[in-house]
Write a protein that binds this ligand. Structure first.
Ligand SMILES: [Zn+2]
Ligand SMILES: [Zn+2]
Length: 347
């Protein structure tokens, strides 16, 4: 089968690899119809994730059709159209029963190498999905791959971030980083009662897109975001979402939050330095929430928001590409030339 594979920094190849097989009774093999390119894939692209061996298949955001199931799969059936969570959970251990899936001993992320559960990725024609009954969710009738694919990762991440921050009606928030996750936080914010959303970035096209989702764009290349927020809003904001995953964005986030406000770290951080002192965090009484999306606890709520037309996550998709163009897609995404790429893998 064809798959996009990592071969060290800045080298993605599309090549023929062996098709995955059922390895455990609770596995399913999914024929991938659609796979997305996620910001965290760029960490693999830049060689920042250890133990991604040469030839590792990348990608963790995908929809597909169940092709084959192991004997222990009871819910998912051959032919089901499904969207996957970016990480599997077993569903049976004490952590999963407590709905604390991150503490599941089986935790791993598709396409992130041996350190993250040893799972091959989904930017491929087929993918092996552990704990299929739990990891997969049937796509609701009337919905498409594009409208639901992000519930497995970036949309769940945006939703989890707003929840983690304790977002409430009447809040004003700021988002630092207008990439896909930042855009989705802006799109979801009104569902949480947020009345005003500032979004900070350096890329004009991203800011224009965020304005379409109702956010107030702030170009950090042209003005100081703190001055702009103080002049428009008259105060610093209640909650700030660092959605870029880099040190300058973190610094900005801490400059924008009010005393006793919340800062959510939602961009994927790897080895960045923490840019503020413990003293400042203490003095301002800032609550810090590092967040990894929680699709298992939030995908049902998110699917309801999609089904009733309250949010339109498919509007985020800027480019459709065949999987054979994966190398170019990674380059263009890394260069901020494209917003959100969907690989159309099979019909
Ligand atoms: Zn991701
Ligand atoms: Zn578990």
């Amino acid at each position: 089968m064809l798959a996009a594979t990592s071969h060290g920094p800045e080298e993605i190849r599309v090549e023929e690899v062996a098709r995955p097989q059922i390895e455990s009774p609770t596995d399913a093999i999914v024929r991938v119809t659609t796979a997305a390119l996620c910001g965290s894939d760029l960490h693999v692209y830049h060689g920042k994730i250890p133990a991604v061996d040469p030839g590792w298949i990348v990608g963790h955001e995908f929809c597909g059709v169940v092709e084959e199931t192991g004997d222990g799969v009871t819910d998912m059936q051959e032919g089901d159209r499904v969207v996957a969570a970016m990480y599997p959970a077993c569903g049976h251990c004490p952590a999963c029963i407590a709905r604390d899936h991150r503490n599941c001993p089986q935790f791993g992320v598709f396409g992130m190498g041996r350190q993250f559960g040893n799972l091959q990725g989904a930017q491929a024609e087929y993918v092996r999905v552990p704990f299929a009954d739990m990891t997969l969710r049937r796509i609701p009738e009337g919905q498409t791959d594009e409208s639901t694919i992000f519930t497995g990762d970036i949309l769940a991440t945006a939703f989890t971030a707003l929840k983690a921050a304790g977002t409430r009606a009447g809040d004003t928030i700021a988002i630092v980083g207008a990439g896909p996750v930042g855009q989705l936080i802006a799109m979801l914010a009104p569902s949480f009662g947020v009345i005003r959303t500032f979004i900070v970035d350096l890329v004009p096209a991203r800011l224009a897109e965020a304005a379409n989702h109702g956010a107030i764009p702030v170009d950090a290349g042209k003005e100081d975001p703190r001055d702009r927020i103080l002049s428009d809003h008259g105060a610093l904001v209640d909650r700030v979402f660092e959605a870029a995953g880099n040190k300058p964005a973190l610094e900005t986030a801490f400059r924008l939050v009010r005393v006793q406000g919340d800062v959510v770290l939602v961009g994927m951080l790897v080895n960045e330095e923490f840019p503020v002192s413990a003293g400042l965090v203490w003095l301002k009484n800032i609550q810090i929430h590092p967040v990894l999306g929680d699709p298992f606890n939030h995908r049902e709520e998110i699917l309801r928001l999609i089904s009733c037309g309250h949010i339109h996550p498919e509007r985020l998709v800027s480019h459709h590409m065949p999987l054979t163009e994966a190398a170019e897609a990674y380059r263009a995404f890394d260069a901020h030339e494209v917003q959100k790429v969907i690989f159309e893998v099979s019909a």
